[in-house]
Structure formats: C-alpha cells, structure tokens
Design a protein around this ligand. Structure first.
Ligand SMILES: [Cu+2]
Length: 325
C-alpha cells in the first residue's frame, strides 16, 4: 500500500531512481578499472547530479525507442481486460476498459483510421491474428465478440489515443483454456494465398530505418485494381516482432482520394523495425465487400545463425569454418 502510494505520487522520483540505476552501471564500469585512489574519489563525489543527468537521458530514450504493445500501462493509461475465461472456438464477449491517469475508465477518444480504438489479438506463437473494432458502452467498457481458434496464450493490443493524450498501444496477455499445442514459427514467406487472392511482398526490413514495403494483390493471376477503402486506406499492415510481440507502427503511403494513390494492385507502406530478427506482418485489405488478412514472415537485418539448422561444414582442405566459400 505504502509502496503503491509512493510509486503513484513520485513519478519524477521513480524516473530519477531508474535513471540513477543506469547511471551507477555506467559509472561503476570504468571505475573498476581505475586505481584505488580515483575509485575512492569517485565514491566520495556526490552522485546525484551525475545520476540525474543520466536519468533524464535514459528516460527520454525509453520514451522514444520502446516499441508499443509491450506494456499494459503507459503514460498513466492502463488496459484492463475484464473477460478472463475464454474457450477455444467459442464466440466470447471480450470486455475491457482503458483507465486514465485519474484511475477512471476513459470515455473520450480521438478517432484514428475511422475508429476510436483498434483491437488486435494475436496468439503468442503469431500463427493467428485478428483486427477488430469493439463497441464502447457509455461507462467506458469496451466489448467485442471474439472467437479465438485454439488454446494457448494470446496478446491483446489496444491501439488508441484518448482525448488530450498521445497515441498509445497497450498490450495485455489473454489465455484460452485447453490443450495447448504450440506451433513452429512460420517460415519466411513473400507470397501468400488467402481466399483465392495471391498477395506478394516486396521490400526488405532494415533495422532502425524506414523501410518501403510493397504488397501486390492478384486474383486468378490478374492484378486487383479495385481494392476498396477500409478504415481510410487500401490496406492496413500490422507488424509484430517474434518472441516479444512488440507492436510496430506502419504507415501507409497515400490514402484513397488523394489523387495519386491507386486502388491496387500495389499497396505501399513504410515500416521501421527496431532490431534484427523475425517479424510477422499482417495485411488487412478489402475487396468485393469483404476484409481478408494475408500474413507474412520477414527477417530484418542479418539474422542470427541457428546452430541446429546450419549445414555441416564440408572439409575444404583449409580447415576453415565454412565462411571461406
Ligand atoms: Cu482497426
């Protein structure tokens, strides 16, 4: 209780303590390698000013670089799932609130992409994905019918901006009871077929840089040139990082009615991923009145070698480690 009050009341203090911890790490590192006399001097010097400087730096960095979706609470806003029991394959009324800095359920939201709140639900193994739009009751309780196909851990992401607040993506774990059979992470793929539509992905993800991704939609081997606007765009792309499900913002290039963006067959996005590794990309697009989702796996940067899948080095006569060819 006392701790909770302290945490709530002294956010600035918390930031300084957190930054201070980082600062200590930075100070201690070099100090350990220095002569004892300097070590002593460093110990005697007041650490508060140095820590505060590091604290400001660290706090700003965290706010700038941390991807969305990894936290259930951020900037005073918290995602609170109400529904706790979900069975596989059964339509369930999934309910939740978003509470604001005053602790009350938020009821005023800014409209983004035609909606006040976008809810993404993905299985932790990133083999299933849903993008839905819950309805909000006057008391701020959101609800949506969800059918989660199989047992196991899921992550729900609420993408919203409260009136007067900045855009946030909060994430909360959701469990589906039953016999859980985790699936292997989907292999890298650039062509996907969904409901008779073939979607190809062109472009590469480069960590730390805005990367252009072009998705092209065809049906019966013919380019689709009459995609329909869905939520103010011809396509919506969500990128989730493998293993921690970091939620990455992807910006569409152009929008319907801007005089230059064509309704297919190509939909262009700019994505910036924070690190090397694998990402799952989920494209929602609408054609002939129905929204479909095409999913891809794409690696960013140089991917770490998986020792188990490395080919056995063949003897080259040089005794090399396989990099020689
Ligand atoms: Cu949405």
């Amino acid at each position: 209780m006392n701790t909770a009050v302290k945490l709530g009341s002294y956010v600035l203090g918390l930031a300084v303590v957190f930054g201070g911890a980082l600062g200590v790490g930075k100070v201690v590192g070099p100090v350990g390698t220095q002569p004892a006399a300097e070590d002593h001097a460093a110990m005697a010097a007041p650490t508060t000013s140095a820590s505060a400087t590091h604290g400001e730096h660290a706090t700003a960095k965290v706010q700038d670089d941390t991807p969305g979706g990894l936290q259930v609470s951020e900037n005073g806003y918290t995602l609170n799932p109400i529904t706790t029991t979900i069975k596989p394959g059964e339509p369930t009324d999934f309910r939740f609130t978003v509470t604001g800095p005053d602790g009350k359920a938020v009821t005023d939201y800014q409209v983004e992409h035609d909606k006040k709140l976008h809810l993404i639900v993905a299985s932790r193994d990133l083999t299933t994905f849903q993008h839905v739009h819950p309805e909000m009751a006057p008391d701020g309780v959101w609800s949506v019918k969800l059918t989660l196909p199989k047992a196991g851990p899921y992550r729900a992401f609420a993408d919203f901006a409260a009136t007067g607040g900045s855009a946030l993506t909060l994430g909360a774990d959701v469990s589906v009871a039953g016999d859980y059979r985790p699936e292997a992470f989907p292999e890298q793929s650039r062509t996907v077929t969904v409901d008779g539509y073939e979607v190809t992905l062109d472009g590469d993800l480069t960590p730390g840089q805005s990367s252009k991704l072009t998705l092209k939609v065809s049906k019966d081997s013919k380019p689709v040139t009459d995609l329909q606007p869905y939520l103010g765009a011809y396509g919506h792309l969500v990128a989730l990082r493998a293993r921690d499900l970091a939620y990455l913002h992807v910006h569409p290039d152009g929008e319907p009615g801007d005089g230059k963006t064509q309704p297919g067959p190509e939909i262009v996005f700019y994505a910036e991923v924070p690190s090397t590794g694998d990402y799952r990309l989920f494209l929602d697009f609408q054609h002939e009145g129905e929204v479909r989702t095409a999913d891809f796996t794409l690696g960013a940067g140089e991917r770490p070698q998986a020792p188990a899948s490395e080919p056995t080095p063949t003897p080259t006569g040089h005794g090399d480690d396989g990099h020689s060819h």
